[in-house]
Ligand binder design. Structure first.
Ligand SMILES: Nc1ncnc2c1ncn2[C@@H]1O[C@H](COP(=O)(O)OP(=O)(O)OP(=O)(O)O)[C@@H](O)[C@H]1O
Length: 226
């Protein structure tokens, strides 16, 4: 396979309930892999296993590069600190220079001068800060659960352009999303989970000639197990 991220026959049980049922996937440098699935399909669980936040019951996960930026489930911040201060703590943790903080705040559309604590941020501002935090230490693998969640149209457009830049830098990007219109334009590879099983793994270009409506209907059918 030789991907940067390789997941082989991974299973996860919670209290005897199998929520991931033998997942195989591979993500390569320079591509965006989007994981789709309806609520409860197993996306966040898969992300937690890839991110090392939980351990699979069986199977193997190989990251052929240690440097990962990830955000899974609700992002946790130091709520009483500003966005800049939150990124500064992250830089200390990863032992990288604080010089890039201003660059990344601007890049995700946040004000460098904003001294407000993160607890006052809107959902979209928090999401922008998550994206900056995931990238500031220049990871090779980016893993974000629902990065489009809460972003306004400009935020979505900026994120789409950012993904293009990251692909050109040969990063491996794995995200989940419920916004199918965006998935069709940003994905290189699409994986669909249904009740913990991978029911589709395909190259997005196989769907490039489909109208957005046909694409949406096909993906929803896979997600509904039809
Ligand atoms: N810590 C846990 N303990 C027990 N069950 C869990 C735990 N985490 C997840 N599950 C169960 O695993 C299944 C998959 O959940 P998961 O959060 O991975 O779904 P998801 O695809 O990310 O859903 P959503 O789109 O709603 O975020 C669900 O049935 C959920 O209840």
């Amino acid at each position: 396979m030789n991907g940067l991220v390789e997941v082989k026959d991974v299973r996860k049980n919670y209290n005897g309930n199998e929520v991931l049922k033998g997942i195989d996937l591979v993500a390569f440098p320079g591509e965006v892999l989007v994981v789709l699935g309806k609520n409860g399909a197993g996306k966040s669980t898969l992300f937690k296993l890839i991110g090392g936040l939980a351990e699979q019951t069986s199977g193997e996960i190989q990251l052929n590069q240690n440097n990962t930026g990830f955000s899974i489930n609700e992002p946790v911040f130091y709520e009483h600190l500003s966005g800049w201060e939150n990124l500064a703590i992250h830089c200390q943790y990863y032992n990288v220079s604080e010089e890039k903080i201003g660059y990344w705040l601007k890049k995700v559309g946040l004000s460098v001068e904003n001294q407000q604590p993160v607890k006052n941020y809107s959902l979209g501002m928090r999401q922008r800060l998550v994206i900056a935090r995931c990238l500031i230490h220049n990871p090779d693998i980016l893993l974000i659960d629902e990065p489009l969640n809460g972003l306004d149209p400009k935020g979505i457009k900026d994120f789409r352009e950012l993904l293009q830049e990251l692909k050109e830098q040969n990063k491996t990007i794995i995200i989940s999303s419920h916004i199918l219109s965006e998935v069709q334009s940003i994905a290189n590879r699409i994986v669909v989970l249904y009740e913990g099983k991978m029911v589709l793994q395909t190259l997005a270009k196989d769907f490039s000639t489909e109208s957005p409506t046909v694409f949406e209907n096909k993906m929803i059918n896979w997600m509904e197990g039809i």
